[in-house]
Design a protein around this ligand. Structure first.
Ligand code: OVV
Length: 410
């Protein structure tokens, strides 16, 4: 018997035959701040690369990333969607009962949350999202220049989303810090993870309080989830955990997408003019942003059986880093992949995942994006970068830290 060794919370594996070893640290701050070259090199390695530093596989081509992500039987989420294997190491927080579980339990919780966030429920919010976006853009047009991360993306998302959930209060800092923690915690025990823990843990107890039934307004996604507890579909405690999922996944992701959308439009003025000429393209501008700067750059899956993908043998227990951001820029799938084109209308990008774990909040995210980009298209004449944009490295999300811009009136 070979001795087994743990590395970052999972079992060390042998290099699979036919897979090149690549001595890269995908969690390095320089790479996380500007991942384009790393994405390209990862795709050039073949279907998979073996990362000796973490003894895990990584994939960044469209086909294989989609295959691994689509097959929950072979590539489970219950062992964690980060680098740590929950079957071997206790997670830092009680696992999510929708993200970090498999069927059949997943089916039950997913059904409840899907109903709460149904197209019908989200449809009712469209008018208030549009009003909030219009009002915010009017205010920003009054300013000489502003930070589109804090004053646009965060300001919008941390107002409309907590309101839709039915939170009694909002707290921008805590919501953003908690999300940042949840996403960074999926990575190795590096400085980013430790810093986000130091910042976000205090926010965690506030988050848990907001998830309780008596804190939530009678209208909203939260109340809809608790209604399932009233029906005996889930327990009261499970309802609280599902509200926690909304607050874990619903803020930083949309903040990221909105900030990146403004960044893309500022850098591609001809694309912004196309959007202005036809504001109906707002939803496609948002979709192309998701492809071009995928908010979740990577999530892991764990092989739960010995299996094979594209002729590569993968042993049970292998952690696979699925680099969604790289798959969404794969030239073999997207013509002129590195061009931001709002008329591309990408319908099969992987930014929101694929399969049974595909983003359950996607209707809400798209409604936020569409509302904001429609307001920008209607009211703003041009977008200028007024200073250098700065990225904020995170082990799982690709997000701006600062985006100084100037909006000129239409
Ligand atoms: C980071 C993240 C993404 C999606 C879902 C959740 C967390 C959750 O807590 O359920």
């Amino acid at each position: 018997m070979r001795a087994t060794k743990m590395i970052e919370g999972h079992l060390e594996i042998e290099v699979p035959a036919g897979v090149p070893a690549w001595d890269v640290d995908p969690y390095d701050t320089a790479i996380l701040s500007d991942p384009t070259e790393y994405f390209k090199e990862l795709r050039s390695k073949g279907p998979f690369a073996y990362l000796p530093r973490y003894s895990m596989l990584a994939c960044g081509r469209f086909e294989e990333t989609k295959e691994v992500f689509s097959d929950w039987h072979r590539f489970v989420s219950s062992r964690g969607v980060g680098i740590h294997d929950f079957s071997l190491e206790e997670p830092w927080r009680p696992p999510s009962i929708v993200l970090e579980v498999d069927p059949p339990y997943h089916t039950k919780t997913r059904t409840v949350i899907e109903r709460a966030l149904s197209p019908r429920a989200v449809g009712k919010l469209r008018v208030s999202f549009r009003e909030a976006a219009d009002k915010l853009i009017d205010e920003l047009l009054e300013k000489e220049s502003f930070d589109a991360v804090s004053e646009l993306a965060e300001a919008f998302s941390t107002t409309v989303f907590p309101d839709a959930v039915g939170l009694g209060e909002t707290d921008r800092r805590r919501l953003v810090d908690y999300g940042e923690l949840v996403f960074s915690a999926l990575g190795p025990d590096n400085e980013l993870r430790r810093n986000s823990m130091a910042k976000g843990l205090e926010a965690g107890s506030w988050i848990m309080e907001q998830c309780q039934r008596d804190r939530l307004k009678p209208e909203g996604f939260g109340a809809a989830i608790y209604a399932a507890a009233d029906e005996g579909e889930i327990t009261e405690e499970e309802a609280g955990m599902l509200v926690r999922s909304l607050l874990s996944a619903g803020i930083d992701t949309t903040v990221t997408a909105l900030g990146s959308a403004i960044w893309c439009l500022a850098r591609n003025p001809e694309q912004f003019q196309r959007l202005k000429a036809d504001p109906q393209l707002a939803r496609w501008a948002f979709e192309e942003t998701l492809r071009y700067i995928s908010p979740v750059h990577s999530f892991c899956r764990t092989a739960d059986v010995d299996t094979e993908v594209s002729g590569i043998k993968i042993v049970k227990g292998t952690k696979i880093l699925c680099v969604l951001g790289a798959a969404n820029l794969d030239e073999n799938h997207w013509p002129e992949a590195d061009k931001f084109d709002i008329e591309r209308k990408p319908s099969d990008h992987l930014a929101l995942g694929v399969g049974i774990h595909a983003c359950v909040g996607q209707n809400v995210a798209r409604a936020e994006g569409e509302a904001m980009l429609t307001a920008v298209a209607n009211k703003v004449g041009s977008i200028e970068l007024s200073d250098e944009a700065l990225w904020r490295p995170n082990n799982s999300i690709r997000t701006l830290d600062r985006l100084p811009v100037r909006f000129c009136a239409a």
